[in-house]
Design a protein around this ligand. Structure first.
Ligand code: NAP
Length: 248
């Protein structure tokens, strides 16, 4: 089977230690990219070994993306260690669910800082290098919840909708510099985040998915890879929904 290639490119992926971020890292390594992998906790050794076994260079950066100085350190370390930066994947994200009337300020602030402020801070740091190189691709992980909303997730939905407004604006700012800015909006993907849902919620969700199943991490990783690759060279400001038709 012919694979998408990003051979020789370098990519930063945030929240790459597990879940979708890890899936993206594995897919990018298979596609030929050298990787700077960030996570709040240490990146697992077996992921580092996998990237190396694909013949790629890898640097790991333990950092909290809710802190602007940490985001800057991620990008600067990546450029220093790998020599350049072609692709940024803003993947790190959390939920702190609750109905609005019971949501405290910390639930709001934490989710907005990890999910949205990080996208601002990492993108701003990355763009400095991409503008100089007159080349780059940013892909941020939004969510269909940012498009259609979800009761109990006002904070999360606001952060994911914020990513869309931010990215479309940045796509307009940077189009003339040969830097593309796109988003992937997953629906319900089998991962630690969705495994935490109770059975009733899972059944309710599936009833609204035309393809009738939860998505797999690889479905999201493939979409991110495609948007980051030269195959999507005329695409910017786009939100690619990977949701089994849920939010059409
Ligand atoms: P996950 O399994 O919970 O993994 C999230 C990753 O982000 C973890 O590796 C986590 O690190 C990392 N992270 C959390 N806070 C961080 C911080 N402050 N600094 C650095 N890294 C941090 O979630 P997932 O399902 O893979 O989700 C990945 C992205 O897809 C998120 O943006 C999420 O909102 C989005 N998404 C997921 C779904 C879905 O159905 N799963 C649907 C739509 C959108 P630790 O392990 O060290 O805590």
């Amino acid at each position: 089977m012919k694979r998408i290639s990003i051979e020789g490119q370098t990519a930063v992926i945030t929240g790459a230690g597990r879940g979708i971020g890890r899936g993206i890292a594995e897919e990018f390594a298979r596609a030929g990219a050298d990787l700077a992998l960030n996570d709040y906790n240490p990146i697992p050794d077996d992921l580092v070994e996998f990237v190396k076994s694909e013949g790629r260079r890898v640097v790991t950066i333990q950092a909290d993306v809710s802190k602007t100085s940490d985001c800057e350190r991620i990008i600067e370390t990546a450029v220093k260690e790998l020599g350049r930066l072609d692709i940024l994947v803003n993947n790190a994200g959390i939920t702190r669910d609750g109905l609005l009337m019971r949501m405290d300020e910390a639930q709001w602030d934490t989710v907005l800082a990890v999910n949205l402020k990080s996208v601002f801070a990492c993108s701003r740091a990355a763009v400095k290098h991409m503008v100089r190189a007159r080349k780059g691709a940013i892909v941020s992980i939004s969510s269909i919840v940012g498009i259609i909303g979800n009761a109990g997730q006002c904070n999360y939905a606001a952060s994911k909708a914020g990513i869309i407004g931010f990215s479309k604006s940045l796509a307009r700012e940077l189009g003339g510099r040969n830097i593309r800015v796109n988003m992937v909006a997953p629906g319900f993907i089998t991962s630690d985040m969705t495994n935490a849902l109770d059975e009733k919620t899972r059944e309710r969700v599936l009833a609204n998915v035309p393809l009738g199943t939860f998505g797999q991490i690889a479905d999201v990783a493939n979409a991110v890879l495609w948007l980051a690759s030269p195959l999507a060279s005329y695409i910017t400001g786009a939100v690619l929904q990977v949701d089994g038709g849920m939010a059409m």
